[in-house]
Design a protein around this ligand. Structure first.
Ligand SMILES: *[C@@H]1O[C@H](CO)[C@@H](O)[C@H](O)[C@H]1NC(C)=O
Length: 452
């Protein structure tokens, strides 16, 4: 409910410079979805068996404001609305979400530029417009967004929160850019606190950090330059420095290979897809896990999901522990480890992100990570400039509830997760489809509807 969003500027009329407290908090909803889990090459037996989750946010667009529900995606930069439900693969689900009637907005301006955005799975043909975008009491004027005129395999619009993923394309002001330039936040940074289906009070805080949602200090990690990543894309890539396992009896083991591999964080993805040797090590280290060549997953005894163990990931000097319950999924009485091998675009999806509190700082090109927990709420604004993300430690203790008290066997993430390297969304590859407004003329596709 966007009405719950609040912009905590005590005196909104103060000048931009004086508004150090500027941040915008908006709830994230965990919506049940219909994931179609399949492998890259072949569908596997677990397809369509499980209800899943999409992390979504409600925005309002236009004048008067119209509510839209958007998938929150840290793997792509663009904002667009109005998927084509008939070709979404999930027409009935798609139709439950409100659509933006652009004929009813008095503030919309048609930029008369079309584009095609391609994701790990699915694509959309859009026409760019500008219009007012409202998040609670925060109002962004003249935001560039896409109106979908034909999409495949995507059941709702997308709010992209990455930088321009294609380093050679010119970018335009995305939502986070506009919030900063219009003084709603001090710097282009946001914090993401995903929750499980049963605990749907996750939040995104634009321009702020909630110290009631994590344990210890945030670990600052540089976002890797595209040239340092396997696919050359500019996403939220950081260096994974090690992997380990903690067993229910408290003992732990660390992967023997010294490991420094780039991985990126993608809230639009369900699964974690990790470098083959990390995947193998995790599989071999979970007691009794057996590799199944047909599906490509490791299978385990379901009793493990209820035990206290964790898979541990090292970043800098910080270890993020992901509970077995979040990594082991039950599918028709069988349990598998929810990780697949991926060497080109290894990605941490929702199962990892629920265990981590993450601050994404685009201005300084850093991510800040800590173990997620829940012990109240104290929001601190992120100022501008270098080292603007507050270094204050989280207020939670290790005994506080984890971020994701996962019911056993919840497959979570985007309904369209799957075939591509990054799952949904996340533009496919680096050369296609994601060129920004100024560089792309009308393509002749999808412009027929017009917006004016
Ligand atoms: C979009 O996806 C559909 C379905 O996979 C495909 O047939 C179509 O060619 C794609 N369109 C573009 C422009 O990539």
């Amino acid at each position: 409910n966007p009405g719950d969003a609040k912009q905590s500027t005590e005196t909104p009329s103060r000048s931009l410079k004086a508004r150090d407290e500027a941040f915008v908090r908006a709830p994230i909803n965990a919506l049940p979805g219909q994931p179609k889990l399949k492998r890259r090459q072949q569908e596997i037996g677990i397809a369509n068996q499980k209800a899943g989750t999409s992390y979504t946010i409600d925005f309002e667009i236009g004048t008067p404001a119209q509510k839209v529900t958007l998938i929150l995606d840290t793997g792509s930069p663009d904002l667009w609305v109005n998927p084509t439900c008939e070709t979404s693969g999930q027409p009935e689900y798609c139709e439950t979400f409100p659509r933006f009637d652009y004929n009813k907005s008095t503030t919309i301006v048609d930029l008369k530029v079309a584009d095609v955005l391609s994701y790990g799975k699915g694509n959309v043909t859009i026409e760019y417009v500008t219009d007012t975008v409202t998040i609670g009491s925060a109002v962004i004027k003249k935001q560039i967004l896409g109106i979908g005129f034909g999409s495949h395999d995507i059941p709702m619009g997308i709010l992209g929160l990455s930088t321009s993923v294609n380093p050679i394309a010119e970018s335009y002001p995305y939502v986070l850019d506009s919030m900063a330039t219009q003084g709603l936040i001090n710097s282009r940074a946001f914090s993401l606190d995903l929750r499980s289906v049963d605990n749907p009070d996750g939040a995104i805080i634009f321009g702020g950090v909630d110290t009631g949602k994590f344990i210890g200090k945030l670990e600052k990690l540089p976002i890797l330059d595209p040239t340092e990543t396997p696919s050359g894309s500019d996403r939220y890539w950081v260096t994974l420095a090690g992997v380990g396992i903690t067993y229910p009896n408290g003992s732990s083991e660390v992967g023997s290979d010294t490991l420094t591999v780039p991985v990126f964080l993608d809230s639009g993805g369900t699964l974690s897809r990790l470098p083959t040797r990390v995947f193998n090590w995790i599989g071999e280290s979970i007691p009794g896990a057996k590799f199944d060549t047909a599906s490509g997953f490791y299978y385990v005894d379901c009793a493990l999901a209820g035990q206290e163990g964790s898979v541990d990931f090292l970043f800098g000097s910080k270890t993020i522990k992901v509970a077995w319950a979040d990594f082991i999924w039950e599918i028709q009485g069988q349990c598998l480890v929810g990780v697949l091998p991926e060497d080109e675009e290894p990605v941490f999806g929702d199962s990892f992100l629920r265990a981590a509190y993450v601050v994404y700082d685009q201005d300084n090109r850093n991510l800040h990570l800590a173990q997620a927990a829940n012990c109240g709420s104290t929001i601190v604004a992120i100022k501008s400039g270098k080292d603007s993300v507050p270094s204050s430690a989280g207020q939670c203790k290790t005994t506080d509830p984890p971020s994701a008290p996962t019911p056993s066997a919840t497959v979570s993430g985007s309904p369209s997760e799957v075939t591509g390297g990054g799952g949904l969304p996340g533009p496919a590859g680096t050369g296609t489809g994601t060129a920004a407004v100024p560089t792309v003329g009308p393509t002749g596709t999808g412009t027929g509807g017009g917006t004016g």
